[in-house]
Design a protein around this ligand. Structure first.
Ligand code: SF4
Ligand code: SF4
Length: 103
């Protein structure tokens, strides 16, 4: 399940084979430079501009860590508790939309 990015967007589920937790951006520390967004491999395409924020959608994030060295302020962290903590459902308006930077 969730083998392709398109499937993950429709199902809103991570690839069940992914063992690493997704990452999250600590918003008060983020300087909105978009470097992480460009570093995220298109087959994952997990990072989006949402309003004035830069966000990672956990179901699309494989935990590959490719965004980590791109961040000049080291404000990207593991998000182990994403399923219990949750995040704004509105973020899902971005993947697959005309604003989707990975399409
Ligand atoms: S860990 Fe990988 S998939 Fe997740 S946001 Fe960073 S670059 Fe994208
Ligand atoms: S690279 Fe770091 S500072 Fe830049 S937008 Fe991403 S999380 Fe924010």
């Amino acid at each position: 399940m969730g083998g392709t990015r398109e499937e993950r967007i429709v199902q809103r589920q991570r690839n069940e084979k992914w063992k690493s937790p997704p990452l999250r951006i600590e918003m008060p520390e983020c300087i909105n430079c978009d470097a992480c967004l460009r570093a995220c491999p298109p087959q994952f395409g997990a990072i989006f501009n949402f309003g004035t924020e830069v966000v990672i959608i956990p179901e699309l994030c494989s935990g590959c860590d490719k965004c980590l060295p791109a961040c000049p302020v080291n404000c990207i962290y593991p998000f182990e508790e994403w399923q219990s903590t949750g995040y704004p459902n509105e973020w899902w308006s971005e993947p697959g939309s005309s604003n989707d930077p990975y399409l």
